[in-house]
Design a binder for this molecule. Structure first.
Ligand code: IDC
Length: 481
């Protein structure tokens, strides 16, 4: 499913050849050290479409450690512009571009690499830059330790990959592209209803070590998932303790999802307190940042509040009508998902039902409503309400468990199967709680898996993980016309 490249235009430049970059290590080492080894490798990859592109630039330090760096390059075409950068401070003057390191990625040890990126626009042509500098020093390629090193090899640059991409890619995002709500469904770029199936992270503040290239490779390739929900708690040592750090962590995971053709669901994981208004200012700040940063991406879906509880629908609606415009200002076409009353039970867990939403919908387009369930706790009366609501409201199951609402206990196979059969039939998208190795029944991985670093296959899975992997791995049904 993932063997064919996405329909993007890739430029890969490797150090020692065109695009290699020199690290001016002497600028940051003690001035007596004039013998610092310098050198690095750069990979510059673009994903381009008419008028726009996303560039991902990975810098690998092949020389001595540096602490603080400025990357420089020039666009070959005068119409190329950086519109929004991340993981560095980006500036453009004429065709010259600079990216200055941030506090958290300025230190690069020998052999270490860091990835930065930007969204850009272009008018004429969109070629990749061919020369880079770091801290003002032109790239010479490879590792250089003056004055005793041998010159860099003069081998020919590697053959670039073909510049004509295949007509279609096979990842979920390559096939479906920008999503939008049509009627009560989630539709793909062909305007056809689809169902996305995937997994939710656990709290990023606790399980950051579970979300990395290897685990997301397993999610995309072994699980063949479509969707990764990025659960950023706001309280419980989450976002409120370090807004910049958590925002960056979310953005990094959006990039990792995008690199694998997975949709990324950005979950502003409010839980306690249950009143979303408690976090309104934080939500505006957070969503302004992530929507500006990811506006040009087509794989992002925004979930603005996880599980409101103990508050009226009108309060939730009021919150939504304040947060949605913040996102729309930057990212007008993204799908946005609104939590519902009673821990996103459409009101059922607090004695209500979906009529309160149907009668007073959020006044915004291209939105969906959240429904959550835990299969061992929530059964026929909840299923009946979902079936009833699904005829009138676009629903997205952004979180559910195969176990009880505590997140623990045994898998309820019968109820979980009944739920997922229903969601499949109604083409309701879902994300399962959790893609983590938490010591609780809802976690997909056995405790200790994330420290081990190997995620594919069934040996690392719990009962819930096995059940979910089997459900998610079955072929998708994505119409392409
Ligand atoms: C649970 C976690 C658990 C954590 C607890 C409090 O599984 O490890 O201690 O949150 O943060 C939800 C929430 C989700 C809960 C989950 C299971 O969205 O945060 O996770 N649940 O209790 N709603 C219903 C169940």
């Amino acid at each position: 499913m993932f063997s064919i490249p996405r329909p993007s235009r890739r430029h890969v430049l490797v150090g020692g050849a065109v695009g290699a970059l020199a690290l001016a290590a002497t600028a940051v080492l003690p001035s007596t050290n004039a013998m610092a080894a310098t050198g690095c490798a750069v990979t510059y990859t673009t994903n381009s479409w008419q008028g726009g592109f996303t560039a991902t630039v990975t810098v690998k330090n092949l020389g001595d450690p540096v602490n603080g760096w400025t990357l420089g390059f020039s666009f070959p075409d005068a119409g190329q512009r950086v519109t929004q950068g991340w993981s560095a401070t980006w500036q453009q003057s004429g065709s010259a571009v600079t990216a200055r390191s941030m506090d958290y990625n300025g230190s690069l040890g020998t052999g270490a690499s860091t990835t930065v990126g930007f969204n850009g626009s272009w008018t004429g042509t969109n070629p990749a830059p061919t020369a880079f500098t770091l801290n003002g020093t032109a790239c010479t390629g490879g590792t250089t330790t003056p004055p005793t090193t041998t010159p860099p090899p003069t081998t020919a640059p590697p053959t670039p990959p073909p510049t004509t991409p295949p007509p279609t890619g096979t990842t979920p995002v390559a096939i479906n592209g920008q999503l939008r709500v049509c009627g009560v469904n989630l539709c793909n770029r062909y305007g056809r209803p689809i169902q996305l199936r995937g997994m939710s992270s656990h709290g990023l503040q606790w399980f950051a070590n579970c979300y990395n290239d290897a685990s997301l490779d397993a999610l995309a390739n072994d699980w063949q998932a479509d969707l990764f929900r990025i659960s950023m708690y706001v309280q419980e040592q989450g976002y409120e303790t370090n807004p910049t750090g958590f925002t960056n962590q979310v953005n990094t995971l959006v990039d990792k999802a995008a690199a694998r053709g997975l949709y990324a669901l950005i979950d502003f994981h409010t839980l306690t307190p249950g009143d979303p208004m408690y976090n309104l200012d934080r939500a505006k700040t957070f969503f302004a940042a992530v929507s500006a940063r990811n506006a040009a991406r087509n794989n992002v879906v925004y979930e603005i509040t996880n599980e409101p509880n103990g508050v009226s629908w009108s309060t939730i609606r009021n919150y939504a009508e304040q947060v949605i415009p913040v996102i729309r200002a930057n990212d007008p076409d993204a799908v946005i998902i609104v939590g519902t009353r009673g821990w996103s039970s459409l009101g059922v867990s607090e004695g209500g039902n979906s009529d309160e939403i149907v009668n007073n919908p959020v006044r915004a387009d291209n939105i969906m409503y959240t429904f959550h369930f835990y299969a061992a706790s929530h059964k026929d009366n909840y299923r009946n309400e979902v079936q009833r609501a699904a005829a009138r409201l676009p629903l997205f199951v952004t979180e559910f468990g195969t176990v009880t609402y505590t997140g623990d206990g045994a898998v309820d196979t019968a109820s979980s199967t009944a739920w997922l059969d229903l969601l499949d039939r109604l083409k309701i998208s879902y994300a399962n709680w959790t893609y983590s190795d938490a010591s609780e029944g809802s976690a997909a991985f056995r405790p200790g898996t994330c420290a081990g670093g190997s995620y594919a296959g069934t040996a690392v899975l719990t009962d819930s993980g096995n059940f979910m992997r089997n459900r998610i791995r079955t072929p998708d049904n994505f119409p392409t016309s």
